[in-house]
Design a protein around this ligand. Structure first.
Ligand SMILES: Nc1ncnc2c1ncn2[C@@H]1O[C@H](COP(=O)(O)OP(=O)(O)OP(=O)(O)O)[C@@H](O)[C@H]1O
Ligand SMILES: [Mg+2]
Length: 312
């Protein structure tokens, strides 16, 4: 049984100014124990998909399950299996941090939760803020409370919608260590982020959304291997042949050239040798997830543009 299953999910928002199709036939499963990344530019439909998963928004068509529970027909069980860190900061300013977490525990019927609440507070660097009212916290601290709130009932599936937006470097590291630990302990994680180096480092598999459609879905390693180019970096004191210089990034003695596969790497090196260029400190690296993301997003629009605007 997958931890999360999206089956042919479509969503059309209808309003006074017309209709807008935010999701178009989205289907994929997230397996139990996976760390799964959902990426896409602003407005791609990530938060909409998460809102449907959370039961906050109804899909126009399609079906979504969490740990086998339908998010509409079996809402309470599905919701209990989820811990959601929302993109928007929402909180009650009148309660303290600890009260907020106790109330959330009560909401899920969890009693005597103080030991776990203390562990959450400590893990998220909030221990000294437990007695503070929510309005006395900085933006980044409020976000930490939202993370704690999502985890208070130890849900098997954790959903993080841009949890590191506006968050300092230290909390990012604390947060990822903590979430990675929960993932190792068996929790399934669904993450959206615009920090692609985070996604590359953390996610086993990644789906990319563009205008409401899935345009890529694969293991992170395959995405990196399949689409992106290879990067060659070396030092030289000799002038590069013009056809290579035209495509090279040169910083002082260091030249950086990209190639699409091993054959192209060999050709490049052969041409450098033929031109008498002496190459030192040659490094061959790979392009990163940001290159892959840009390549996919700039790729075939899949007629999505035509379908995105639906006139009611
Ligand atoms: N309540 C709503 N009514 C009408 N349109 C909406 C509503 N909520 C979202 N949309 C539209 O649906 C599209 C997808 O929005 P969504 O918030 O899901 O994007 P996102 O991928 O989460 O973007 P971001 O990276 O900026 O968070 C956008 O074009 C947005 O304007
Ligand atoms: Mg969003």
């Amino acid at each position: 049984m997958p931890a999360v299953s999206f089956q042919h999910v479509a969503k059309t928002y209808r309003g006074a100014s017309g209709s807008f199709q935010a999701l178009d036939d989205v289907s994929f499963d997230i397996e139990e124990g996976e760390f799964f990344g959902l990426l896409g530019p602003n407005g791609a439909g990530k938060t909409t998909l998460i809102s449907i998963l959370a039961g906050l928004t109804r899909a126009s068509t399609g079906r979504v399950t969490v740990m086998g529970h339908d998010v509409v027909a079996d809402y309470a069980a599905a919701r209990k299996a989820l811990g959601i860190v929302p993109q928007e900061l929402v909180f009650d300013p009148f309660f303290s941090v600890r009260e907020t977490l106790r109330i959330q525990s009560g909401y899920f019927g969890v009693r005597n939760n103080d030991a776990w609440i203390d562990e959450l507070l400590a893990s998220l660097g909030l221990a000294d803020k437990a007695g503070n009212n929510m309005r006395q916290l900085s933006g980044g601290m409020k976000r930490r409370v939202l993370v704690a709130q999502a985890l208070v009932h130890r849900p098997p599936v954790i959903v993080l919608d841009e949890p590191t937006a506006g968050v300092d470097v230290e909390l990012r590291q604390t947060l990822w260590q903590f979430v990675a630990r929960l993932n190792r302990e068996g929790h399934t994680v669904l993450l959206t982020t615009h920090y692609l180096e985070e996604a590359e480092a953390l996610c086993h598999r990644i789906a990319m959304l563009k205008r409401g459609q899935v345009v890529a879905l694969d293991r992170t390693a395959n995405l990196l291997a399949g689409t992106a180019s290879t990067m060659l970096r070396f030092k030289t004191d000799d002038p590069l042949p013009p056809e290579i210089a035209a495509h090279a990034r040169v910083t002082g003695r260091i030249a950086q050239v990209t190639a699409h596969d091993a054959a192209e790497v060999e050709q490049l090196l052969a041409r450098l040798r033929a031109a008498g260029v002496r190459v030192e400190d040659l490094e061959i690296g790979r392009a990163d997830l940001e290159d892959v993301f840009l390549e996919i997003m700039q790729g075939a629009p899949q007629a999505a543009a035509a379908r995105a605007e639906v006139t009611a």
